[in-house]
Design a protein around this ligand. Structure first.
Ligand SMILES: [Zn+2]
Length: 102
């Protein structure tokens, strides 16, 4: 069984969001839940974009004046390698329809 932690960058999707964060909106990082969670989120293009340590300020993106991005992170957990039997079973449980011929 593998548990994957997915971290998704969410912006407020309005005019105050800077260009960098707009580009990051919806970007997803995937981590193995068995590994220690990283201290920073690294984006292939923008480099370190978020500091996850409790004492840190969060977003590392230098925002231009007049911008207030208020970006947040959404965390999702994906479990794979378990429950596959259940999935295939529920697929087969189609309601039986009786056709009555007159
Ligand atoms: Zn921003």
């Amino acid at each position: 069984m593998t548990i994957t932690v997915k971290t998704i960058w969410k912006t407020q999707k309005d005019d105050e969001v800077c260009a960098t964060c707009k580009a990051l909106d919806g970007y997803t990082w995937s981590f193995d839940a068995n590994e220690p969670y990283p201290k920073q989120l690294i984006h292939p293009l923008y480099g370190p974009v978020y500091d996850l340590r409790p004492a840190a300020n969060g977003s590392l993106i230098k925002e231009k004046r007049g911008r207030r991005c208020r970006c947040s992170l959404e965390h999702q957990f994906d479990v794979s390698g378990a429950g596959t039997d259940e999935d295939s079973r529920s697929d087969k449980q189609t309601p039986s329809i009786k056709i009555v011929e007159e």
